[in-house]
Ligand binder design. Sequence first.
Ligand code: ZN
Length: 286
Amino acid sequence: MDFEAPHAHSYRPLIINVALTGIVPAKVKYPNLPVTPEEIGKDVHTCFELGARVFHLHMRDKNDGPVQDSGLFAETIGIIREQTPEAIVCVTTSSRASVSFEDRVAPLLLAGELRPEFGSLTAGSFNFPNSVSTNSPDDIKVLLQTMKERGIRPEIEVFEPGMVDYVKKLITEGLVTAPYVFNILLGSSGASSADLLSFVNFLSRLPDQSEWALAGIGKFQLPTIVQAIVAGGNVRVGMEDSPRQMGIDSWSNAKAVAFAAETARLLGRPIESPSQARERLGVESR
Ligand code: ZN
C-alpha cells in the first residue's frame, strides 16, 4: 500500500539545487566529482533527470585546481544548454579561489545562450576552516549592479543571520529584487552551526517573497535536507558542500539528489517542474 503523508497538500513542490564541484574537494580522492566541462554537463543531465532544477557551477583547471575561467564556463554552459536545456544555471562569483575581481565578474558577461540565469552572491565576509571568504560592500554592489544590467539574478548565499539583514538593506537600495533567492548554509567551521536554533534564526529574518534553500556542510548535508523538506523550504545538495556521505568516498551528486527526491516522496512533497521552478525563482522561461 502506498503511504501518503497527512499534510502533503500544504507543501509546495521542492526545488533541488545542486552544487556539483566547488573549490575544495579533490578529484583524486573523490572519483565521481565532475571537473571537466563534459563531466559537469553529464552530471547536470543525470541530476536533472532525478529531479534537480538548479545547478551551481565552479570550474577546475587541468590540474584539478579551482579556476575562474570564463572560457571553461562558456564551454560547460554550452554543453548544458544542448543536453539539458531546461536546467537553470548559476555561476560562482566566489573570492575563495584567490582570483581577481575581474575574473569573478567574467562569467556574468557571457552572452546569448551562454548567459547564466544566476550568479552566486555571498552576502558578506567570513572564515572557512583554512581560508577567508571576502566580499566587500563595494564588491557586492558591483556584482549586483552587473547582474542587474545583464538580466542575471543573484543566488544569495548567507552564512550568518546578520547577512540576511544586510540583504534587506540592499533590497531598499534597489539592488536586489523579488523573489529573493536565498541559500542558507549551515555547519561550516567559522560560520553558523547546523542546529535548529541557527536555522530558525535565519528563517525569522527572511523578507517576504523569499525562496529559500537550506544546505548543510560536510556531515550535516543529509540531516539538513530532511530539515528543509519538513520545514517547507528548498534544498541545496551536492559534492561542493559534502563530497563524502554514508562513510563512502564513492558518493556522488546523483546519490545526493536521489536522497533528497526520495525523502521528499516519503514526506509527501512533489518535485517542482522545470517551468514552475523558473517562475518561482524569477527567471525567464525557456
Ligand atoms: Zn560554490
